[in-house]
Design a protein around this ligand. Structure first.
Ligand code: ADE
Length: 261
């Protein structure tokens, strides 16, 4: 999968993209990330990429010409049909919320262009003319879109088979499974008076699975009860949740297609 990142600050991305899972995925050719400096496409000797807002107001606006031309310089490498399938994403607090399902969807594309917004934002004609999708990574304002692009690349890359050691891990991931992850423990079995729950050392895999599932359900109910509305819950899950005071918003599991025990 090919990521093209258009940014005014390529150096802000280069380091993190060399590390850990993303670095290894690049070395192994599972993903490739090309950083393009938008300033290369500016039209004056000063590399001016922003300008004052029409209508007044504080904050500069990214000019349309360099972004249009930078995006076109990437897209022209993809022949006709293929070009229309390349998502051109703008990172912006005004975008649709990023989620695991958006990451899954983007991972189906063979290439993704990510345009990193800056300053107050980009000229609206960029959004009208070349952007196919605006994505926000959360309800807060970053000083630039680069961290958001990294978040998107990381989450999308994880969906690609081979990027994470065991693809089973990815399918079991918190959120992918619809629930928050249960607590994890490693050695030592006792640390500063805190011990690992006995069940995890019992060797009884059925009991371990049950404990983990119940911990996930408990944590999800406490922190993200909204996720329970979409999660695939068994009858046993529902009974356990009810003991914790959960009141199911939907019909009982038995009445839902494919949701029984
Ligand atoms: N740029 C600034 N804030 C952002 C956010 N929350 N998500 C994506 N891009 C951004």
């Amino acid at each position: 999968m090919q990521f093209h990142v258009l940014t005014l600050f390529p150096d802000a991305l280069a380091g993190p993209l060399e590390q850990s899972i993303l670095g290894r995925a690049r070395q192994r050719g599972l993903i490739s990330v090309e950083l393009t400096d938008i300033r290369r496409f500016t039209h004056d000797n000063h590399g001016t990429a922003d300008d004052y807002q029409f209508g007044g107001g504080s904050g500069m606006v990214m000019k349309p010409e360099p972004i249009f031309e930078a995006v076109e310089s990437i897209l022209e490498r993809y022949p006709g049909e293929e070009r229309r399938k390349v998502p051109v994403v703008l990172t912006s607090p005004q975008g649709e919320p990023f989620s695991q399902s958006v990451a899954d969807e983007l991972s189906e594309a063979s290439a993704v262009v990510l345009v990193c917004g800056h300053y107050a934002g980009v000229d609206h004609r960029v959004i009208q003319g070349v952007i196919t999708r605006e994505i926000s990574i959360g309800d807060y304002v970053l000083s630039g879109g680069e961290p958001a692009a990294l978040v998107i690349i990381d989450a999308v890359a994880r969906c690609i088979e081979g990027v994470v050691g065991s693809h089973e891990n990815v399918l079991e991931d918190s959120i992918t499974s619809g629930l928050l992850q249960h607590p994890l423990f490693t050695r030592p079995a006792e640390y500063r008076g805190m011990t690992v729950p006995d069940v995890l050392r019992s060797g009884n895999h059925a009991e371990i699975d049950r404990w983990r599932r119940e911990q996930s359900l408990r944590l999800t109910l406490r922190r993200r009860p909204d996720l329970l509305e979409e999660a695939s819950l068994t009858g046993a899950d529902r009974r356990f949740l009810r003991t914790l005071g959960w009141t199911s918003p939907g019909p009982p599991a038995a009445d839902r297609p494919g949701q029984g025990e």
